[in-house]
Design a protein around this ligand. Sequence first.
Ligand SMILES: Cc1ncc(COP(=O)(O)O)c(C=O)c1O
Length: 228
Amino acid sequence: MKNNIGIPQLESPLIKRVVGNILSYEIDWDVFEMQVKKAGMFLLCNPHNPLGLIFSRKDLRKMAELCIKNNVLIVSDEIHSELLLDDNKFTPLAKLSAEIAKHTITLVAPSKTFNIAGLFCGFAIITDNELRDRYEKEVNHQRMHVGSMGLIAAQSAFSGECDGWLKELRGYLTDNRDFLVEYVTEYMPQVRLTVPDATYLGWLDFTQTGLIGSPYEFFLKIRQSRFQ
Ligand SMILES: Cc1ncc(COP(=O)(O)O)c(C=O)c1O
């Protein structure tokens, strides 16, 4: 059990599958069920950082129901939920049912999608009044406030005015993802990677490459041999 600023932390590692050099991950339900019985709060990252995985509605529902059954508060970090690749769709966890929404704090921010992290404007969506009061009290206690520039930027980002830009961004990120997967598969077949559904992140596993010593030298050598 890890200890994070005095709060014990439990983990529920995902199961890794490998087909060729492509990695995929799924929930280990035995471990999840065991851990959720001992937890007070479940922190979900969906879409997942760093895997770029969008959890299915079925998996989301099952995780949420196990949390509710065990009286575990759910915090769903959905900060990457707009960076969808291909035609992928995203379902906010709290949209699955009113009961799930009641037990969920959803975290969102324009910082990733619109690249405005420096303006500081993250927020929480909490439908249950009592839970929202508790949350607000804690936020005020910690004096966490939003900057006015961040607020204006967030309003503009989510107003619909930027939807055209976002659509172009998604296409651009999808092309980047495709390039990465094709390049790595063709030129670096010992490197394994996920094919992300969302985010701008790449998750590359170099354990099969025999990489020892400086990663800098390793990548420099590859670059030199390809582009000489
Ligand atoms: C999954 C996830 N949640 C939250 C954050 C925090 O983002 P911000 O500080 O822009 O609100 C990050 C930043 O890397 C992240 O990857």
